[in-house]
Design a protein around this ligand. Structure first.
Ligand SMILES: [Zn+2]
Length: 363
């Protein structure tokens, strides 16, 4: 069995990086399709325009409608073709980014530039687009043939995004190492259809180490709206290392439990990374992780404000049948809980979810 690694062609990150967009994309094409929300356009539209103008490129803006759905992907494809564009640019959060990736893929593999304006998840670097229906339920994960051509991260912009989004991104990234490790141990296949490599294993560990080392200070930096070296490290961990780590390492119980929380209406307002962090605590119990490991992860969650009890996920009234549904959904054959251990039962997952809550409520 072979190993497999997927990654974006180029990743660049730094203060004021968006101003270098033109230089980075000069050879990619001539007319750029800029997909973003009206709010993102207000925040960063002018910088993108100036930068593209400086290298004599044409562009058009297209407003994103809010959901990465089949209908929205088709609409974006039509607009792209109508305008005669040759490069797709997605700027904003996870759903805009995934829509841009999916539309470019369905257009026959157009060049893709991803500009995350928040560090709330690990979507930017991956070749995966999660598609939802109009009700916001996951329909499928589209695996694109190639990862983005360029991921460009301006840490000045990330520093001005809401702190809770950075925390959610740290929650998503916190799980990467433990999920990769579970996949390596169990020999699970990753999204590059190969085994976890030493490279992905090492990147996932570095992702975790950077979060533990710089996470708290990075949160302080965002509260001051300042891109310091702590924030640079955490953004690299949350966007690059976690993105390559999950795709080339693999997913396990943390993400499966996150997906299961779709069955709990009270948790619908929570960010992906917040639910993943809770799922990670569940995974550590399922793995019977050493106390020191638990203490470090649990302590980090408390320190940055990631959920450690069900009430933190908006679930103030715990209904047994709902939590059992989460556990069952996390254990269906297509889910990644099996990458921890093939024989994990919904009962074990249910008990672990409740045990995390019990420990979390004690503080
Ligand atoms: Zn994730």
């Amino acid at each position: 069995m072979s190993i497999g690694i997927k990654a974006p062609c180029k990743y660049s990150q730094g203060k004021g990086e968006l101003g270098k967009l033109g230089l980075n994309v000069k050879k990619m094409g001539n007319k750029f399709f800029l997909l973003c929300t009206a709010n993102t356009r207000k925040r960063v539209g002018e910088i993108m325009e100036e930068s593209l103008k400086s290298v004599e490129k044409e562009y058009i803006f297209c407003d994103f409608n809010g959901e990465c759905s089949k209908a929205e992907i088709s609409r974006v494809m039509e607009e792209f073709e109508k305008a005669g564009c040759d490069v797709m640019v997605g700027a904003g959060g996870g759903k805009v980014i995934d829509t841009a990736k999916a539309a470019a893929e369905n257009l026959g593999g157009k060049p893709v530039v991803i500009i995350p304006t928040v560090a709330s998840n690990d979507a930017p670097c991956s070749g995966v687009a999660v598609i939802y229906n109009e009700e916001g339920v996951v329909v499928k994960a589209l695996l694109t043939k190639k990862n983005p051509d360029l991921v460009l991260v301006d840490t000045d912009i990330i520093a001005h995004a809401p702190a809770r989004l950075l925390v959610a991104g740290m929650g998503d990234a916190l799980a990467t190492w433990f999920e990769t490790r579970a996949c390596k141990r169990s020999g699970a296949k990753n999204m590059a259809r190969g085994l976890c490599s030493n490279t992905a294993y090492m990147m996932s560990k570095l992702c975790y180490d950077l979060l533990i080392q710089d996470g708290v200070a990075a949160l302080e930096a965002v509260k001051r709206q300042e891109a310091d070296e702590h924030l640079e490290n955490v953004v690299e961990a949350s966007i690059y290392l976690s993105g390559v780590g999950f795709e080339s390492g693999g997913l396990a119980a943390a993400h499966a439990v996150n997906d299961g929380f779709a069955y709990v209406p009270a948790a619908h307002g929570m960010y992906h990374g917040e639910k993943v962090a809770y799922g990670l605590l569940v995974q550590l119990l399922l793995e019977k992780a050493p106390q020191s490991e638990w203490d470090e992860v649990f302590g980090f969650c408390k320190a940055v404000g990631l959920p450690t009890k069900l009430a933190d996920l908006g679930v103030t009234e715990v209904k047994e049948e709902e939590i059992r549904k989460v556990a069952e959904a996390a254990c269906v054959p297509t889910q990644s809980t099996k990458n921890v251990r093939a024989d994990i039962t919904p009962e074990e997952v249910y008990e672990a979810i409740m045990k995390v809550d019990e420990i979390g409520r004690k503080g």
